[in-house]
Design a protein around this ligand. Sequence first.
Ligand SMILES: [Zn+2]
Length: 370
Amino acid sequence: MVSRNENELNFGGNPLDAALQATNEWPEDGKETVNCCPVCGGKERSVVHASLTDRIFFCAPGVWILHRCDACGCGYVDPRPTPSAIGLAYAEYYTHTLDKNEVFLSNTSPLGKRFIPMRNGYLNARFPRLGMFPSNPLGSLIMKLFPATRALAERDVRHLPAPADGAKLLDIGCGSGAFVRRAISLGYLAEGLEFDAAAVAAAANEGIPVKEGSLPDTGLPTANFDVVMLSQVIEHLHDPMAALREIHRLLKPGGLFWLATPNMDAPGHVHFGADWRGLEPPRHLVLFSPKALNLALEQAGFVGVEFKPPGAVSHWFYRASHRISMNQKPEANISLPSDLTKLARREDQLSLRNPLVGEELVVVARKPEI
Ligand SMILES: [Zn+2]
């Protein structure tokens, strides 16, 4: 759900939004208390940030407190918007951020650009139906020597295995279906689920199969999918445990679950504090630590939990966080100072060996075989 195209936002807004923003108060009857950790139920907690405001899209009113569960390290906003009021926080969020074409991360980074034919050769060998061009057939061998570029390429295909014939994939919170289209090109029978009707319509215009719906009650059949994906969604949900249990229900026995979400314990969070891009108050209701995510997946019935390198995502988080620290709006053209660029590069390198120390947590897990 998080778009990296912040620059495309329009701050026009409607009169109601403008009035709410002017008062900077969230309606009292649109708040609810949480009181305990949404993952482990622990009551002991510490305040991490006492007065967060929306300095990302500047569209959500209110001042928010982020707590951290002392037991599992999960971060959560409390009090938080009610499910019926949360739409106020998305006033400028969705309709302007419908990416038709999800880009290859490895096309956009300077590191990845140098290796496009190798990257394509590597992915073509992984996914025989893909047929990317230009392609160097030595890519599958040579990419083994370049782990950072390989990590980007793997992130671009969300660490998927080559599909068995007829393998069914569901991307939940797929926006206008850019990754659904990619998964189809990889050989999956892929479809998407998205709650934003405008995004569903945009997908339909492109001929991408996306249904309208949301977690935790998808209404989809039990044990129907070989793969379910959840990219940048779980942090937005009021009941992440119910969502994980629903995904478990949707998967066939032995089915694969892939998830990406900001890392509560990210070095960027430590460095930037309340200015960290991953916080995104009050749209991000829950921020997982590695420990909390592991626990949540196990509690929902998943096995074989494996964290993957997030790829070179630190520069994007650092630049957005730096922009927030300067109190600039998303359209501001801010470059990252060289000391922070070095820190971001170092973090990307470290996260290749230890996926728990990146800006995002990327994880795969399986529903047990019967
Ligand atoms: Zn907890």
